[in-house]
Design a protein around this ligand. Structure first.
Ligand code: ADP
Ligand code: MG
Length: 245
């Protein structure tokens, strides 16, 4: 009990409900996000994962409940008030801009001085292994490289939290596994909190420090990967994890 209270909670999701008309997409969800963790939101299609991520990002507001960041209520604050990076599936790169200009974009928006932009873009491209491709256009890169550019663009302004909505789901299996390893390495190196959405059980088990399992808008269980796998708390969780291919 005491340990829980001492935990450094960066983000507190408190009793969040989101209704669309009479349909409840999220039903009284509470999660404490620990600083620096790799938290995965796992669940079948339609379980409310993206709805929650959009609320965390500030693109949407809950019908009920609160979102607290570092002790401050940000529930009704705009997206710009949170220093969150985002990587979404199909969150397209600007096709007419070079890789370097794509990555610099969030810095230009924030009016970071030109020399500082150059330095930070070079550093982050080095880290994701794309230095040699800085002057290319997105269409000259492979799908995996493009997803790495999106990751670099989200990391370049040192976000407090990185939100990732099924960033690997469109990629083939080999590439997906390769990028999973890279996401793990990058998470370790940047020490940023990752909140990662997937419907893929294997991916969640491979990547996460904790997994939150959703079904029909409800948080069913939240635990470390081993615990959740060996001690599922409901039939739904056991069956959903049992579907690993
Ligand atoms: P997931 O990301 O887990 O696949 P979503 O969060 O996208 O699920 O959606 C959860 C449920 O909420 C789905 O049934 C979806 O149809 C519904 N939903 C999501 N956004 C809206 C919206 N803007 N209007 C109406 N229903 C929505
Ligand atoms: Mg989704």
């Amino acid at each position: 009990m005491f340990d829980d209270q001492l935990q450094d909670n960066q983000l507190q999701v408190i009793g969040i409900t989101r209704k669309f008309g009479s349909f409840t997409a999220l039903d009284d969800v509470s999660i404490d996000v620990r600083r620096g963790e790799f938290l995965t939101l796992l669940g079948p299609s339609g379980s409310g994962k993206s709805t929650l991520l959009n609320i965390l990002a500030g693109f949407d507001a809950p019908t009920e409940g609160r979102l607290v960041q570092d002790g401050h209520d940000v529930t009704r604050k705009p997206a710009e008030a949170r220093n969150f990076g985002m990587v979404f599936q199909g969150y397209a790169l600007f096709p007419h801009m070079s890789v370097a200009r794509n990555v610099a974009f969030p810095l230009r928006v924030r009016k970071v001085p030109e020399s500082e932009q150059k330095r930070r873009v070079a550093e982050v491209l080095e880290r994701v292994g794309l230095s040699a491709h800085a002057d290319k256009l997105p269409r000259q890169l492979s799908g995996g490289q493009q997803q790495r550019v999106a990751l670099a663009r989200a990391l370049v302004f040192s976000p407090d939290v990185l939100l990732l909505d099924e960033p690997l789901s469109a990629l083939d299996k080999n590439l997906r596994e390769q990028l999973q390893l890279e996401f793990q390495r990058i998470h370790r190196e940047f020490k940023t909190t990752f909140i990662f959405v997937t419907h893929d059980q294997t991916e969640a088990l491979a990547l996460s420090s904790r997994i939150a399992i959703f079904n029909r808008g409800r948080l069913m269980q939240m635990d470390g990967p081993t615990d959740i796998y060996t001690r599922p708390s409901s039939r739904f969780v056991a069956e959903f994890l049992g579907q690993i291919n």
